[in-house]
Design a protein around this ligand. Sequence first.
Ligand code: ADP
Ligand code: MG
Length: 465
Amino acid sequence: AERKRKVGAVIEDVERTLSTPTALLRSIAGDMVSEMERGLRGDIHSAVKMLITYVDNLPTGNEQGLFYALDLGGTNFRVLRVQLGGKGKQVIHQQYNEVSIPPHLMVGTSMELFDFIAAALSKFVETEGDDFHLPEGRQRELGFTFSFPVNQTSISSGTLIKWTKGFSINGTVGEDVVSELSKAMDRQGLDMRVTALVNDTVGTLAGGRYADNDVVAAIILGTGTNAAYVEHANAIPKWTGLLPKSGNMVINTEWGSFKSDKLPLSEFDKAMDFESLNPGEQIYEKMISGMYLGEIVRRILLKLANDASLFGNVVPPKLEQPFVLRTPDMSAMHHDSSHDLNIVGAKLKDIVGVADTSLEVRYIARHICDIVAERAARLAAAGIFGILKKLGRDKLPSSGGKMPRTAIALDGGLYEHYRKFSSCLESTLTDLLGEDVSSSVVTKLANDGSGIGAALLAASHSQYA
Ligand code: ADP
Ligand code: MG
């Protein structure tokens, strides 16, 4: 009974500190908008960087020819080729290959990482079949999706600001990542030119727009999280160049680094941040994205084990190991609807090393997954609501005119595979927008839109165009 009381007290405490009432989400969205505005002004202290992408036109559907794309940004990297048919024909053929990044390369040297990528790309090019066609005398061209914060200096160059998501490689920060990749391709003897360097959010936005003309923003919820959207060029005070003809500029928000004292930061978040590779940074990302959610659950279970003997008198040693509980496992536990919660039981056995768990303990574990996933999904929805606010698409037009249709492209393994997460995100967004507005806002899964998007941007910035 004493144990039960203690368990109850810890859970209540967790519920309270991780709670996200709708009013709080509204004020977090308000802070997101203020930080976005600061970033657009070029205030170096803004919590979000609002990077200028040099993408001032999104795909039209007229793009034509053979293009390659390479996506580096998380646990996997992908290579892709597409044969674009031009007006009315869209994608004629596409092929891709996915390779997981050996963990030692994520913390090794720049040269090793880029050599590995260029070698895989080179092998992929060798398998190009007759379905693909490169006009005589032309060089193959590539869109490079690089999902880390980059200070872009043109559409095809940019220097790395910092590594995130578990990457930590000396000597790349401040370097031009296109020139690093190009040098590695040369070392492989691969004749290919990078014509577009894009963030994955920008690629997803481009791919999303190609599929649906009303797409104005793209959100990634995978290993990390980020967002990009189409801004009016004259709403970017820090942009000193000529105003683009389109009047628009795609902004890579880098919202993963958002922070606000309104974010419900718990002791678990603080400890995880403190022990991370990038303490004090990417606070919003650490509350929302796939790399971290399972780890937050682990930390809460560990507290329950320590303070309330959840797993009996000894604390399971495996539970003390950072990152043993991965978000896909958390998701599997969370979705367990069997009467005896046998999936939760199996996960606790395999991962935590506790063979016989009572039904009560299993319910508690699933409930913790629910609390952590719900907070993440609701905070992500608040961010999206912030972007819609920034665009003035969070309310009915004051003119009384018709509400324009707004589409948002979403991608990333967390959004794609964690059903309870994505459905909570969607219902929270509906709640924040209200019924009238939300009926003209659609979210859509842009499955690997970033690869196609990067190839499309490579096409529209081709040296032959
Ligand atoms: P990346 O973000 O690394 O480019 P993805 O978009 O494929 O790659 O996202 C991978 C991430 O998605 C994983 O790190 C994991 O956190 C999350 N994820 C993948 N599958 C699931 C799942 N079934 N349930 C919950 N999260 C998942
Ligand atoms: Mg990705």
